[in-house]
Each structure stands twice: as C-alpha cells, then as structure tokens.
Write a protein that binds this ligand. Structure first.
Ligand code: C2E
Ligand code: CA
Ligand code: CA
Length: 613
C-alpha cells in the first residue's frame, strides 16, 4: 500500500486534492484524540512547560481536582491572583476570573519541587512514567497521584501531556501492608523483619573505621503463663509497658527496639566503637538497665504482675551482618542466660553454640528415653528428728552414652519442649506403684509419705487432677502416702484455680508441700489462701546458713512464717551436723540432705533405711 504523504503532488490540482485528503485525515485523528481525551477515566492535562499554564484539561482532570475547566484553562489575561493564607504564606489556591494561572499558582502541587523535578526529567528524557506526587484539590484535600507525562510540541510551544491517576487507596493499602509487614501490631515497635533489614543494612553503610554493634535478645519469661491464665489483653498491656521500658534504656536516635517473637524483644545497639572490650561493656550496661526496669512490677487493672527476664548479647562488627546468624547467636546467649537463672545476662561465646547443639541433641534423645525405659526414680530420705518419715522421689536418666544425667540438666529442656507433661505422668505412675508395693509389704512404719515433684506446666494442664487420681487408683496406692511438691512458679497462676485443684486432691488425702521456698515471689497473703501442709527451705539457704547472715535470717523468717500458718517446715540440702543443729535451734525439726542419705534407687533406699522391714 502506498502512503499518501510520501507521494509528492505533481500538479496544482493534485496538490489541492492532496491537501484536502490530508485535512480529512487530520480531522479524523483530531476527533479520535479528542474522544479519547474527553472520555478517559484518567485525569489528563496539557500545560506549558515554561510556566505550567494549562492549555487543556479533560473532564476527569477537572473532577479529580475539583476545578471547572474554565478555572483551569485560561488564555486572555496575564494577571495572577495571589491569596494570602491565614498563616501569612502566599498561595494561590483561590481562583478568580483570571487567566495565565499556572498549575503551580493554583497550588495543585503539594510540594512545588515535584513540578520542577518532573519538568527537569522531561527535558532530559522526553517522557516520564510512574512519577509519584502529592496533588491538592481545590477544597484543599491532598491525594497521591501516579503521573505519566510526555513532552509534546504544540504549534511551536513546548508542552507537557500529563496523565494522572489518584492512587491514594492503593497507597493507603500499601502503607498498611508495609506497617503489617514491618511493625508489631501490639507494641507498635519494629518487628523481626524490620530488624533483619536493619541488620542487613549495617554492612552496606559506609564507615571509615571498623565499628562494633550489639544485638540483645530479651525475654519476658512470665508472659506465657500470664497470657494463659489472665488472657491476652493483660499480657498485651504488659508487653506494651515492657516495650516502653526497654525503649527508655536506649539512645533513641541510634538504637532500635524490635519485638521479635511472642515473648521476646531485641535491641540493636550500633556504632559502639572499635574496641571489643568497650563494646561489650556498653552492651552489658544497657542490658543491666533493661533487666532492672523490667523487674519492676507491672500494674495492670489494679493487679500487680512480675516477670523475670533474661538477656542474650551478641557483639559483632559491621562486616558480618547476616541477620539470621546474628539473631541465632543472640538467642543462644539468651538460652544460656536463662539456664543461669532469673534476670541474668550473658554475652555470646562460641562455646555456647556447642552447648546449644548438645542441648538440642539431648532434647531429641529425651523423646526416646521414656519409651526405651532409660528413666529411673531415686528416693531421698526425709527425717523428723531421728525418725524416717518419708522420701522425695527424684528422677534420673540413665543415658546409654553419657551415663546418669541429672534432672537439673534435662528437666528444663523437658519443660521447654512440653515433654514435661508425659514425663511427669510417668513419675507420678512410677512413684504410686512404688508406694503401693512398699505399703503392701509394710516396709515402712506409718506415717511414711513419698514426695513427688510437680512442674508448673504439668500442674496447669486441665487433666492434671484426673491424671494423678488415675495414677493413684491404678497402682492401688494410699493417697495419704502421697505428697505433691509444688514450686512458687505454679502459684503465680490464677489463685482460685490453683486452690480448686489442690482441694480436689486434698479431699482424697493427698498432701502438698511448697518446694524451693524463698526463691520466688510468694507473699504471705497469697500463701494463706493455699491448702498447703509443708514449706521446704531451699537448699541455697541451707548451704549458706552458717556463713551468710542473710540466708540465716531468711531461714528464720520461713520457720516463723510456717509456725504462724500452722505448716510443717523442712530444710533440704542438710549436709552437716552443724547446719542441722543451727536449724534445730531456729525451730526446724524436719530434714533432708546428704547428712541423712543421698537419693538412691528403691531397693538400696530400703536397704539403707533404718527400721525398714
Ligand atoms: P529439688 O526438688 O530441689 O530436689 C532437691 C535436689 O537437691 C536434688 O537434686 C537432690 O539430689 C539434691 N540434694 C539433696 N540433698 C542434698 C545435699 O545435701 N546437698 C546437695 N548439694 N544436694 C542435695 P536432683 O535430684 O539433681 O534434682 C534437681 C531438681 O530437678 C530437683 O530439685 C527438682 O526441681 C527437679 N526434679 C527432680 N526430679 C523431678 C521430677 O520427678 N519431676 C520434676 N518436675 N522435677 C524433678
Ligand atoms: Ca523437690
Ligand atoms: Ca528444692
């Protein structure tokens, strides 16, 4: 097909015909363009590049910006109208019957630099796609616009063809997604994802000197129990308060607090200088402040809550910023800090990693230990003056490779992994069978009781009471020969439910003692409500009773408190005659410890017990 424009007319007539054809084509093109311009759902405007004056706008443009077409397009006057806003700033949003008013004058650009940036880009590249700007409508409202523009020539005048779309909804949705992806909805703090990006960004930041940073992982240990017992709303308030307290311990401009899991926060301390010793000291200082502030009781809905915390610290340089590895190191240090006790902080060292691996292996092996019958119960004597009155059942794990493993090592693992529940049930069943066997053969003179250790998590199970009753009944044991040892962590639960469970078991004759007394937060008012029979003075007080006046004072207070509450008091960990005599002097007459005998397998226990038949 021949293209008309390229066929040069040869005669005058031909030239006239050619001109007419050309005009017809132009008219059709113009009509097509106008229809597309007018009916477009996108706002379209054509304006001069040098002063921004509108040459033409479509209906969508007028509607989107709230001005009539006449208000925008002007051809006659050069007069400009300037309106002075109440705060004294010059702006030109108000329009009078004038022409020559540019888009800038109309104030449709919330940030006038957007207009100049756009024109500069167009001068360089002729077109510009997906330019984002904030536009302002006549009523003053502001919206996000996505703009595509091209430089065109209209009768020798450089103009901009501008297509705008209101993308405020999309932008709002994007902002929301951004917030959800990078911020924690409960505390408003950055989340793990945001922290990972910040960690990754550290290595990219230009720095002349090597800089050390520290990543602290902080756990609020009581939160799991609090949310289980008192509900999420209370736990959330404690989290919010905790987040604020942590934030108050850091330099707001340089450091970051993030919530990285249900019960854990992280703090990133940057630019701690080049010296490892100084960086560690700074991180430890911040960690101490955090532990201190988190230990203050939380007042929520007129109730006081306390939570122990622990902190793992990992100090690293900006060149090694693989986020997941850093988080892992810090978490390993946290696990070690937890193992060291409440409110402890520890700095990561490679040997922790070894320990963490060993723990993970042990946790896996513990799964098989129950089935493979590697667990045993040992019994340790309890005396009243010189009379054997019972024994505490203490679990042992006969590991095929490692030999006997102490419960101090694997009970915390079982608690973390939830294996404590089946393990505790096994202990209760085994102890009940042993009691039944001893009772049947009248081995010990009454009253003889076996004490069974109960983990807080085990006690909290709704099937706890039935499982104990089942263990007693299926073994044919006498419930009066059973004492359950609870710890203070069990008691931070909802007191009504604790009392209800204890009462149910007390009704059939089971006794209760409170283990490790004095190491937790029990208050007298709370203790008075619990149907306890016995308090156990913790081994840590007995150990130091002759050397540390503080321990002696606590032991004394526990003994007089037991008297006041009508409870029996027993001291555990008694190793020497001197310790026993001192305790006797304070009024304690029940003892357990190496002085009376170590924990032993059932048969040996019977063999070594005076008076056993
Ligand atoms: P615990 O309940 O405070 O048990 C007393 C611990 O002190 C036992 O450690 C015992 O062997 C040790 N001990 C007793 N007398 C002396 C002494 O004179 N000197 C010294 N230095 N230590 C003494 P063990 O058997 O290693 O148990 C450690 C902890 O593991 C127990 O502390 C208890 O919290 C937990 N545990 C043991 N068996 C069980 C169990 O069956 N279930 C649960 N949930 N926890 C258990
Ligand atoms: Ca115990
Ligand atoms: Ca104890």
């Amino acid at each position: 097909m021949k293209i008309k424009e390229h066929n040069k007319p040869a005669t005058l007539d031909e030239e006239e015909d050619w001109q007419q054809d050309e005009d017809a084509v132009l008219r059709v093109t113009e009509a097509r363009y106008r229809a597309a311009f007018e009916t477009s759902l996108d706002a379209i405007a054509i304006c001069r590049i040098d002063d921004g004056m509108f040459v033409d706008v479509n209906r969508a443009f007028s509607e989107t910006l709230g001005y009539s077409r006449d208000e925008l397009v002007s051809t006659t006057s050069t007069e400009r109208y300037t309106w002075v806003s109440p705060d004294g700033e010059n702006c030109s949003r108000e329009f009078v019957d004038v022409s020559g008013v540019s888009i800038c004058d109309l104030g449709i650009w919330t940030h006038p630099e957007d207009w100049s940036n756009l024109t500069q880009r167009l001068t360089r590249h002729l077109t510009c796609r997906d330019y984002e700007a904030m536009l302002r409508s006549k009523d003053g409202s502001v919206f996000n616009a996505l703009i595509c523009a091209a430089l065109i020539n209209l009768e020798g005048v450089a103009c901009i063809h501008l297509v705008c779309r209101d993308v405020s909804d999309k932008k709002e949705a994007e902002d929301k997604i951004y917030c959800l992806s990078y911020f924690d909805s409960v505390t408003g703090m950055p989340n793990r994802e945001m922290l990972r990006e910040q960690l990754g960004g550290l290595s990219a930041a230009p720095s002349s000197k090597p800089q050390l940073n520290a990543l602290l992982t902080i756990s609020l240990d009581a939160l799991a129990t609090i949310s289980e017992v008192y509900g999420l709303a209370i736990a959330d308030q404690i989290l919010q308060e905790g987040a604020q307290r942590i934030a108050s311990c850091i330099r707001s401009e340089a450091d970051t607090v993030a919530r990285i899991s249900a019960r854990e926060f992280a703090v990133l301390l940057t630019n701690l200088g080049p010296s490892a010793r100084r960086a560690i000291e700074s991180a430890q200082e911040v960690a101490s402040r955090i532990l201190h502030t988190l230990a203050v009781p939380y007042l929520v809905e007129n109730e006081e809550f306390v939570s122990a915390s622990n902190i793992g610290i990992h100090v690293f340089d900006s060149k090694n910023c693989e986020a997941d590895t850093l988080l892992q190191m810090s978490a390993i240090a946290l696990a070690e800090a937890k193992a060291a006790g409440r409110n402890k902080q520890l700095v990561f060292t490679p040997k922790f990693q070894e320990a963490a691996r060993a723990r993970a292996t042990l946790e896996r092996e513990l799964l098989h230990a129950l089935r493979a019958e590697q667990l045993r119960l040992f019994y340790q004597a309890q005396y009243h003056d010189s009379q054997l009155i019972g024994a505490e059942a203490l679990i042992r794990w006969k590991h095929p490779r490692r030999g006997v493993i102490s419960p101090g090592e694997f009970i915390p693992l079982a608690e973390e992994s939830g294996q404590i529940v089946p393990l505790g049930e096994w202990v209760a069943r085994t102890a009940c069978k042993q009691i039944a066997a001893w009772n049947q053969k009248h081995i010990f003179a009454a009253p003889f009781r076996v004490a069974i250790n109960i983990s807080a998590q085990q006690f909290r199970q709704c099937g706890f009471v039935p499982s104990i009753i089942h263990a007693i009944q299926s073994a044919g044991a006498d419930p009066h020969s059973i004492e359950l040892e609870l710890t203070e962590t069990t008691l931070i639960d909802d007191v009504e439910s604790v009392v209800r469970k204890m009462q149910e078991l007390k009704e059939i004759g089971v006794h209760f003692s409170l283990d490790d007394f004095g190491t937790g937060y029990s208050c007298l008012a709370y203790l008075k409500r619990l149907p306890l029979d016995k308090l156990k003075i913790d081994i840590s007080f007995t150990r130091e009773i002759l050397t540390d006046p503080g321990c002696a004072a606590i032991a004394k207070a526990i003994i007089s408190m037991s008297d006041a509450l009508g409870l029996t008091v027993i001291a555990e960990g008694v190793e020497s005659v001197e310790q026993r005599d001192y305790l006797l002097q304070l009024g304690c007459r029940y003892f357990q410890g190496f002085l009376y005998g170590p924990p032993l397998p059932a048969q040996e226990f019977v063999a070594f017990s005076p008076g056993a038949r």
